[in-house]
Design a protein around this ligand. Structure first.
Ligand code: MG
Length: 168
């Protein structure tokens, strides 16, 4: 299970700076959209997201939106960002992501994954062997039973992260 444990947990994507990523040798970020950058109800990036993306772009970091949501949603979200978005990515399956990374020229060593789901985003990052897995708590979770169950399964993994990072 330890390979599911994120390397870092941030309170929000907005706390992740270009300097932090560059210090870890990161040039590419496979970035989830829903509940990581915006809620399911936001069809487009918020002002805050746009400004975060701008900072990344200025630092030469390539954000690649990788979503399991449908094409229409991802296309509209990515449209004005200047970054590419990929829908129906099949996370945590690695097939599409590998292809996308290859096209972008991204390597395991210089690519991070960012997302709000352990068994989707973090598992993908682990399977791809990415050098950095960053988790953020979901902005606003769906209240369906399925999602609640998924979150319940995430607890032991997050518990382990907290134990590993406990300040003594
Ligand atoms: Mg998500």
């Amino acid at each position: 299970m330890s390979y599911l444990v994120p390397h870092f947990i941030f309170d929000s994507y907005s706390g992740i700076t270009p300097d932090f990523l560059l210090s870890k040798g990161i040039k590419f970020v496979l970035c989830d959209i829903d509940n990581t950058l915006v809620t399911y109800d936001d069809p487009e990036p918020t002002k805050e997201v746009t400004s975060w993306l701008c900072k990344m772009k200025n630092a030469g970091i390539e954000i690649i939106f990788l979503s399991n949501n449908e094409k229409e949603r991802v296309t509209r979200f990515a449209r004005d960002t200047g970054y590419k978005g990929y829908a129906d990515s099949g996370k945590p399956l690695t097939g599409k992501a590998r292809k996308i990374m290859k096209e972008a020229g991204a390597l395991q060593s210089n690519t991070a994954v960012l997302g709000d789901q352990i068994y989707t985003d973090m598992l993908l990052g682990a399977r791809l062997g990415l050098s950095l897995r960053i988790f953020v708590p979901p902005i606003k979770d769906k209240k369906t039973l399925f999602f609640r169950f998924k979150r319940l399964l995430e607890r032991p993994v997050l518990y382990r992260y907290n134990r590993m990072h406990k300040k003594t």
